[in-house]
Design a protein around this ligand. Structure first.
Ligand code: NAP
Length: 294
């Protein structure tokens, strides 16, 4: 059994990006600049945005954090997005989700200019991804592809079962694993809460990508011997014995499933750190595209 070590691979990717930034500086070029918009004060969102900004600093990018109050109106946020679209100094930006109830998330994601959409959530970029065109691939699926590629996990001809059909993880993952090439060439089954006989479907999977957000959903008896297990789930489970008052767990009953798996991602330390590394990679790409346009 091999652990797909997202912490190590993400550090390798960050070192590669930092080396690129050093070259840019040496050539007197502008370094990539990522902006992040955070609306409200949700604890998990603050943590995620904080680590994205810290990672930017670590690789030598410029970063700007824009914090807006929980009471921000949709119009105010759309104006801020327009400013960021027009700001030539900023190569890419993200709007941290979830947004407060008064704001239509779809409208906001549609307002981000596709050239600056380093999260890859705009329909133009999602469509390009589905058509095998060069684009920004959403960071979490992109990170999973990178882990598979760097560990040389075979995907061709394999049956991949994706659990969860969200627009940011499950749905793009199912498209990417079915594309021509490597990683890809898989036969994909996309499952969700209305899937019948899900246990039977999972038991036939060579590769399971679990993104539903239910702690220990995937049990050892559900997976076949030597299956590849990718755990995307991140759930905060309240625990007063911990300093933070909670611990983080994935969708997989890791200790038992790892005994049957050929490859497995831990939580934490698997897909999570890869997501940030790939956001940085998309920002570097945005800078390169920006330079070639101007
Ligand atoms: P989401 O929007 O919360 O959707 C969950 C999906 O799981 C839905 O498609 C839902 O089906 C499906 N589902 C729920 N219960 C199910 C069941 N019993 N059997 C089969 N499918 C079921 O998903 P998300 O935003 O992709 O997040 C999923 C998990 O990944 C969360 O724990 C989240 O924190 C984590 N996450 C991690 C990263 C990372 O960087 N590692 C990034 C993003 C998300 P329906 O569509 O039918 O409701």
């Amino acid at each position: 059994m091999t652990v797909l070590d997202g912490k190590k691979v993400s550090n390798d990717i960050k070192a590669e990006i930092a080396a690129e930034v050093e070259k840019m500086k040496a050539n007197g070029e502008k370094v990539p600049h990522l902006a992040a918009v955070l609306v409200g004060n949700d604890g998990a969102s603050l943590t995620y945005v904080g680590s994205k900004v810290r990672s930017c600093k670590r690789v030598g990018f410029e970063s700007t954090l824009i914090q807006m109050p929980n009471t921000t109106s949709e119009l105010e946020l759309l104006k801020k997005i327009e400013e960021l679209n027009e700001n030539d100094d900023i190569d890419g930006f993200i709007v941290q989700l979830p947004l407060p109830k008064q704001i239509d998330t779809q409208k906001v994601l549609m307002a981000v200019h596709p050239d600056k959409d380093v999260d890859g959530f705009h329909p133009t970029n999602f469509g390009k991804m589905a058509l095998d065109m060069s684009t920004f691939i959403p960071a979490t699926p992109f990170g999973i592809l990178e882990l598979i590629e760097r560990y040389g996990v075979e995907t061709q001809g394999k049956h991949t079962v994706v659990i969860g059909r969200s627009h940011i993880v499950g749905r793009p993952m199912s498209i990417l694993m079915g594309r021509k090439g490597f990683p890809g060439n898989s036969t994909v089954t996309l499952t969700h809460s209305r899937t019948k006989n899900i246990t039977q479907i999972i038991s036939q999977a060579d590769i399971v990508i679990s993104a539903l957000g239910k702690p220990k959903f995937l049990k050892a008896e559900m997976v076949k011997d030597d299956a590849v297990i990718i755990d995307v789930g991140i759930t905060r489970v309240p625990d007063e014995t911990k300093e933070k008052g909670y611990y983080i767990t994935g969708d997989v009953d890791y200790e038992n499933v790892k005994k049957k798996a050929s490859y497995i991602t831990p939580v934490p330390g698997g897909v999570g750190p890869m997501t940030i590394a790939m956001l940085l990679k998309n920002t570097l790409l945005a800078r390169e595209r920006h330079r070639s346009r101007s």
